[in-house]
Design a protein around this ligand. Structure first.
Ligand code: 5GP
Length: 198
């Protein structure tokens, strides 16, 4: 069963590849797109707003949602849990295209739902030196957190094969244009999956 003609774009990347800026830009330009707001047990950063950046919940609350099978997908990342809520996503997908900012583990789980019109994009920074620079400059993590995210890069980057597109974010504007092209081509041409099921 197909939900609607709306598409779901997954934008995954190792931390610090510029993903947040890109998802915001897409949402601003294309009114039909909404960024999926995940649930997490991570504590909010100073600039983050509950219900906007994430739905911040406790580990107990998260466990209860897992037990009730309320997540499309969830993963443990850097000692915290992150998940995509089924009902919220289903409701949103009826009226909007969705961008998911989720990791490779979540992408794998979402891919099992064949009825979803997923476009999977993997974004990588041009090199490790640049990644470190971005992680430090964005100034959102402690030194230990930066180090953890930096160390995770080698493992994360191996997951590129699970994606439809791999983009190297050397220049934010170029990268954004590439994403735009991908999105508009998919909006015009229905996926094979949706042609079969419609
Ligand atoms: P951060 O703590 O820096 O906001 O996010 C850490 C990582 O968690 C990022 O790679 C982000 O893509 C991922 N993430 C955020 N929300 C979700 C989610 O709902 N599911 C999964 N699997 N990953 C998520």
């Amino acid at each position: 069963m197909r939900h609607s003609d709306n598409i779901m774009v997954i934008l995954s990347s190792p931390s610090g590849a510029g993903k947040t800026t890109l998802t915001k830009k897409i949402q601003q330009k294309y009114q039909t797109f909404k960024v999926s707001v995940s649930h997490t047990t991570r504590k909010p950063r100073t600039n983050e707003v509950d219900g906007v950046d994430y739905n911040f919940i406790s580990k107990d609350e998260f466990r209860k949602l897992i037990d009730k099978n309320e997540f499309y997908e969830y993963a443990k990342i850097f000692e915290n849990y992150y998940g995509t809520h089924k009902k919220i996503t289903e409701k949103l997908s009826k009226t909007n295209d969705i961008i998911f900012d989720i990791d490779w583990q979540g992408t794998k789980q979402l891919s099992k739902f064949k009825e979803l019109r997923l476009i999977k994009i993997f974004l990588i920074p041009p090199n490790k030196k640049e990644l470190k620079k971005r992680l430090v400059e964005r100034n959102q993590n402690t030194i230990e957190e930066v180090e953890k995210r930096f160390q995770a890069f080698d493992q994360d980057v191996k997951k590129w094969k699970d994606y439809d597109y791999v983009l190297i974010n050397k220049n934010l504007d170029n990268c954004y244009k590439q994403i735009e092209r991908i999105i508009t081509s998919h909006k015009k041409a229905p996926t094979v999956n949706s042609q079969i099921t419609s």
